[in-house]
Write a protein that binds this ligand. Structure first.
Ligand code: ZN
Length: 301
């Protein structure tokens, strides 16, 4: 018996003009599989790298006849993907059809029983992932980031050895897609593969290597660092408004007091010192911040 993908298209949403949004699901059954994997990308519409990664990895699943069952949803949020204003993607939140609160598309696991657009969409994804034991949700982060992964301590064995530089363990679950699944007793991991809004061939290649290591197609490697999200993940805010000029890249180590950026304000230039000793995890997509706007996230020693 040859394992093979079967494809299904599900309706999600229709607009005022009756344009429709649909979601494609690919299912792969291996006769000897004991575990089912749900592999998804694109929950946040500005996060693109995972979409080609899922398409490419589906070819590898067939080629290597991986002994798992797979449910693959490369493009899980077409509404988010199609959200843009004047050529800039904005699909991190639903700011099109929700007049009240611009839901973050990945913080609404709690809405699954609500008959709203968001509730219906997240219920569709949670129903699709229900048969799975392992949830891999592919995201990206910031305008610039170093690859990292969010996981619960109990899933540590699954995230070590993949070659992802920073592993962020959490204790308190959010209403994210992965955390909602984790609370149902599954292995559930949120991968942050690359920067958002852009895709580079090298990022796709590197991300495929993480997946090959996860599924045993490549040997595990050393070199990841584990951080505690609640204690060691810190946001950094702009002291005043201006034009931000960075002197560090995401992934760089920083020492408290190092000059890491210059802010050009009305009163002149201001050297911004690193507030932390640790790693610059990601930069936010703002180059002209207001006072107190979030600039970046750090992993703090
Ligand atoms: Zn995301």
């Amino acid at each position: 018996m040859t394992p093979k993908f079967s494809q299904e298209t599900l309706p999600l949403h229709s607009t005022a003009s009756d344009a429709t949004f649909e979601i494609d699901v690919w299912r792969y059954h291996h006769p000897d599989a004991t575990r089912t994997v749900y592999l998804q990308a694109g929950i946040h519409g500005i996060e693109l790298t995972g979409i080609p990664v899922v398409h490419e990895f589906m070819k590898e699943i067939e080629e290597h006849k991986l002994v798992y069952n797979f449910i693959c949803v490369p493009l899980s949020n077409p509404m988010g993907l199609d959200s843009q204003i004047m050529g800039v993607q904005t699909g991190y939140n639903n700011l099109h059809t929700n007049q009240q609160n611009c839901w973050n598309w990945n913080r609404i696991g709690n809405l699954k029983d609500e008959p709203s657009l968001e509730g219906c969409w997240i219920k569709t994804l949670l129903d699709l992932s229900a048969p799975a034991d392992i949830i891999l949700d592919l995201h990206t982060a910031g305008i610039e980031t170093v690859p990292h992964i969010y996981f619960n301590e109990s899933d540590k064995e699954h995230v070590t050895g993949l070659g992802i530089p920073h592993l962020l363990t959490w204790n308190i679950p959010s209403d994210s897609f992965s955390d909602t699944n984790f609370q149902l007793g599954k292995v559930a991991l949120t991968f942050e593969l690359s920067s958002s809004r852009s895709v580079h061939g090298e990022w796709v290649k590197e991300s495929l290597i993480y997946l090959r290591r996860f599924f045993g197609l490549l040997p595990k490697v050393e070199g990841s660092r584990i951080w505690q999200t609640e204690k060691q993940l810190k946001k950094w805010y702009s002291p005043t408004g201006g034009i931000l000029c960075w002197h560090k890249d995401a992934g760089d180590s920083t020492a408290e007091g190092d000059v890491i950026a210059t802010l050009y304000t009305r009163k002149g230039s201001l050297n911004l010192e690193s507030p932390y000793t640790g790693v610059l995890l990601l930069k936010n997509p703002i180059q002209a911040p207001h006072e107190r706007q979030e600039l970046a996230k750090f992993l703090v020693e």
